[in-house]
Ligand binder design. Structure first.
Ligand code: SF4
Length: 916
């Protein structure tokens, strides 16, 4: 090592196999070797796990230190001389492998992982003798030891392939934070098990399949994928998960011969999920190949559907739209874009509505989830999006989760938060009316009444100002309107907030101190904040809290709205909103409009259009006569569905473009079959503003077509020609007209994607917004006062209903309820009822209740649970047989026009006792 060049003070210089290598202190020998391209075989270790040194395969020699050392667990030292493949090392490694093989049935020719198995690879490389040691491998039937994991719905465990490396046990505990697995028994009978006399689905297991993802052999595998194709038979297509806004990178393993997705894998090192998936991402893709996919255009004739050719369906659609526009004007037409389809589809949809229909009546389901985020954060910061990145949550000293059941609605972000808390780096505050999973690991759970967020936040800010915990310098140099905020929060001492929220005043004080005293604190929120008639006020309050403590524009701080659908951020970015073009450029700004008119070569309407709920009202009143819906299901997803159904039945012409015959499609005049995400090329934008690729993995069924191509055909037949050679060309047009996407192009997105704003082709993207100044210049405080939900419990309807999601299902269930594992795990909904309320109503778990509101009634089984507080009931909105939105109220937030899904008054009765 003498005479070597100088090494940076924060690096260690060592020698591995005769090569000089530098590494950061704390790096293991294995990591240093890998970084230098030197391969050391290992089985029990992977980068997401703490080193265990259990398999003894990664042993190395260190000069001057007797014996062999596990390189996965041994940190580098200055001047260390390491040998990874000396003769003694190779000989010992071979013996270790031969012992492992004696515990394993090497039936490679019939194994699902043949060609993708580390044990097989190492055995081959080392030329091991399979018979050197007598076999002690347990039989697949587990040599008499109960094998509870094998009874899992989704995960199959073959003990004869298990090498007891414990990666599955450790990933479940260390990464997923669940501890559903353990090792049982002794000696040759050691097995992976739940440790209980119960199958996995009856334990804390979330069926994420992280255990499968880390298994180095075929011991753990997707049950449904057994025998469906070896790795050599499967093409791996990297794409983006079609469910939630986390935007996990997934690999669809496709058997091209039969055009089927066989399994889904994650890739370690991928952004944002580092190979982790949730149960939907791993087991929720059966819907793509379902036999009931729409495969041909359908036209309604004499009350029922008949098949039609594309030519007939498109011509009829364009003709009817033209006729209605001719009779009643352009504003009698409307379009709903989709948070499930790609950016390119959404851009073309809003262009169709604006340029071909001639109206700004375009909206989508963002109105129903985060319209108040877009409005509120734009008012406070100038940009209505997540300020920081998901990765920041790994190191945030404090995370304040409010109105977000993160582990169920954004599971991989929930896992990230769990890991941060478990590591000791993060202190967690949870504010939620329900005892959600994260509340169990939080330092403080503020169980406030639904709809009292502003009072809670004003109470916290009152404490912060009273105790001098505010960031004066940030307030003075970066913000405006502080005195108005001070005046507003002065009126809300913690005792007043406690009376409104039900949270003890001391807990409000503790939360305020914890949040404000942290070096950095991140706010994570979701629809518990936004889906209120005070949704915009709630968002403004969170912006106030972040600004008053200087928690914006820095790493591990910020205000992070978790967007619901996979591409709801992108659909907003693309201008699928009634008041803005792509990039939030206002339609009523003459200069902006002129730019789009010149680019699209058509005069454009100058007044903002109608939002979703306004469209339904206008449809019922006869002012909207035709609606074109792409990939949305408002009959289940919108509030007060009896009203929505009436509105859609009232229009003269309804077009639905979708992958299945949804509840909304059943009402349509024309149904057009579209590609699913697995058949598309394009992009989604995840919740942290990361634009990521969607790639075609399978061939589409029947005559289904790409959404944007269908829209282009309709536009052209309406007299406004639109065509693109491919989706990359659409992105070229988007980037030319949209500064925040100015540097986005498909061929730049192959790595980790790019976070907007990305104004130029060489810009790397923006992980943190508002660093030097806010998008609007100075951050704006808003004086916000508490207002109660529009409909509160009374004598007739004495309980408060709040709605949300469950882990295993998604939105209106169109996709997840067609997936075998997901449907088996949660076949239907339940009404969560507090034990005290259940006792008063004389109803028990499993019995059926009738739930009524002023708008409708449903029947649903009851789950008695402490998760909800007394006086509050909870329903998930995925299930058509007991639709939550038959009950919800369509009262709107006055600014964002988002409905109040999270609070309305209901009455619950046991079914036998109910009135008809
Ligand atoms: Fe898909 Fe969201 Fe699950 Fe990730 S966390 S796998 S994006 S549903």
């Amino acid at each position: 090592m003498a005479g070597t060049p100088s090494v940076a003070a924060d690096r260690v210089l060592l020698s591995i196999d005769g090569r000089e290598v530098t590494a950061k202190p704390g790096t293991t020998i294995l990591q240093a070797a890998q970084a230098a391209g030197i391969r050391i075989p290992h089985l029990c270790h992977e980068p997401r796990l703490k080193p265990s040194g259990a398999c003894r395969l990664c042993l190395v020699e260190i000069q001057g230190q007797p014996g062999f050392h596990a390189s996965c667990a041994r940190p580098v030292e200055r001047g260390m001389v390491v040998s990874t493949s000396s003769e003694p090392v190779r000989s010992l490694r071979k013996t270790v492998l031969e012992m492992l093989v004696s515990e394993h049935v090497m039936s490679c020719s019939t194994c699902d992982r043949d060609g993708e198995c580390l044990l097989q690879d190492y055995a081959y490389e080392h030329g091991i003798d399979e018979k050197r040691f007598p076999s002690i491998a347990p039989a697949a039937a587990a040599s008499g030891v109960p094998n509870y994991t094998s009874e899992s719905l989704a995960i199959s465990y073959d003990p004869s392939k298990c090498i007891r490396c414990q990666r599955c046990v450790r990933i479940c505990e260390e990464v997923q934070g669940v501890e559903a697995l353990t090792l049982t028994s002794r000696g040759g009978d050691v097995l992976v098990s739940t440790g209980f006399q119960r199958p996995l689905q009856e334990t804390a297991c979330e069926m994420c399949g992280q255990c499968i993802g880390t298994c180095p052999t075929a011991a753990l595998h997707e049950k449904a994928a057994r025998g469906k194709g070896k790795p050599k038979d499967l093409a791996r297509v990297r794409t983006t998960c079609p469910y939630c806004g986390v935007g996990c990178q997934i690999e669809l393993n496709v058997n091209r011969r039969v055009n089927r997705i066989v399994r889904v894998t994650g890739r370690i090192g991928s952004t944002p999920n580092n190979g982790l998936l949730c149960v939907k991402g791993r087991f929720g893709m059966d819907f793509v190949a379902r036999a009931d996919r729409l495969t041909t255009p359908l036209l309604r004739e004499n009350g029922s559907f008949r098949k039609a050719s594309w030519g007939e369906a498109l011509e009829y659609t364009a003709t009817r739209l033209r006729e209605i526009r001719g009779e009643s004007g352009a504003d009698a037409l409307a379009g709903l874009a989709s948070a499930k389809t790609t950016n390119e589809d959404n851009y073309v949809m809003q262009k169709l509505v604006r340029a071909a229909f001639g109206t700004n009546n375009v909206d989508h389901c963002a109105r129903l989830c985060h319209a108040s985020t877009v409005a509120g954060l734009a008012m406070a910061f100038g940009s209505g999006a997540m300020t920081n990145s998901i990765a920041d949550l790994r190191d945030a000293p404090v995370i304040f989760v409010i109105g977000s059941n993160t582990t169920e609605c954004h599971p991989v972000i929930g896992t990230t938060i769990r890991q941060s808390v478990a590591s000791g780096r993060t202190r967690l505050i949870v504010a939620d009316p329900r005892r959600i999973s994260l509340a169990g690991i939080a330092e403080l759970h503020l169980r406030h009444r639904p709809g009292t967020d502003v009072a809670l936040l004003n109470g916290m800010m009152h404490v912060i100002l009273q105790e001098g915990l505010e960031d004066r310098q940030f307030i003075d140099t970066r913000t405006e309107g502080f005195e108005e905020l001070r005046a507003a929060v002065e009126k809300c001492p913690p005792e007043s907030a406690a009376a409104i929220t039900g949270v003890p005043a001391d807990d409000i004080r503790r939360a305020a101190r914890l949040y404000a005293s942290a070096e950095s604190a991140a706010i994570v929120y979701s629809m518990g904040i936004t889906q209120h008639t005070t949704g915009t006020d709630n968002v403004l309050s969170l912006a106030n809290l972040a600004m008053v403590t200087g928690n914006v524009g820095r790493p591990c701080s910020g205000v992070d709205p978790l967007r619901g659908q996979n591409n709801v951020q992108g659909a907003c970015d693309m201008g699928a909103l009634p008041n803005v073009y792509s990039g939030y450029q206002r339609v009523d700004d003459r200069g902006v409009r002129g730019k789009f008119e010149a680019a699209w070569n058509v005069p454009l309407p100058d007044t903002p259009g109608l939002t979703v709920v306004e469209m339904m009202n206008a449809a019922e009143a006869g002012r909207i006569r035709a609606i074109y819906i792409m990939g949305e299901n408002p009959v289940l997803s919108d509030p007060d569905i009896a009203h929505v159904r009436k509105a859609l039945e009232a229009v003269d012409f309804l077009v639905v473009q979708d992958v299945f015959m949804s509840e909304t499609a059943e009402l349509a005049d024309v149904v057009l079959p579209a590609f699913s995400f697995a058949e598309k090329d394009g992009t989604f934008t995840n919740t942290e503003r990361r634009v990521q690729r969607v790639r075609r993995a399978v061939r589409p069924p029947g005559d289904a077509r790409d959404d944007w191509r269908i829209l282009c055909e309709v536009s052209t037949r309406m007299g406004y020609p639109m065509s693109y050679p491919d989706s990359a060309a659409i992105m070229e047009e988007i980037s030319a007209l949209t500064s925040i996407y100015g540097g986005i192009a498909h061929d730049r997105l192959d790595g980790t994607g790019i976070q907007w704003p990305c104004p130029t082709p060489t810009h790397p993207g923006t992980p943190i917004l508002h660093r030097e100044s806010f998008t609007r210049g100075r951050g704006r405080f808003h004086a916000v006062q508490f207002l109660p939900p529009r409909e509160l419990p009374d004598e007739e309807y004495p309980l408060l209903l709040t709605t949300g999601r469950v882990l295993q299902h998604w939105h209106t269930g169109t996709m997840t309820r067609r997936c075998e594992v997901l449907n088996a795990l949660v076949p239907g909904g339940t009404l969560e009822l507090n034990p005290a309320d259940a006792q008063a109503l004389a109803v028990s778990s499993g019995e059926t209740a009738v739930v009524r509101s002023r708008r409708g009634r449903i029947e649903i089984p009851v789950a008695v649970t402490e998760r909800v507080d007394r006086g509050t009931v909870f329903l998930a909105f995925h299930f058509r047989e007991h639709p939550a939105n038959a009950l919800t109220i369509s009262a709107l937030d006055p600014v964002a026009k988002i409905p109040e899904f999270k609070a309305c008054a209901v009455r619950v009765e046991k079914r036998e006792a109910s009135r008809p």
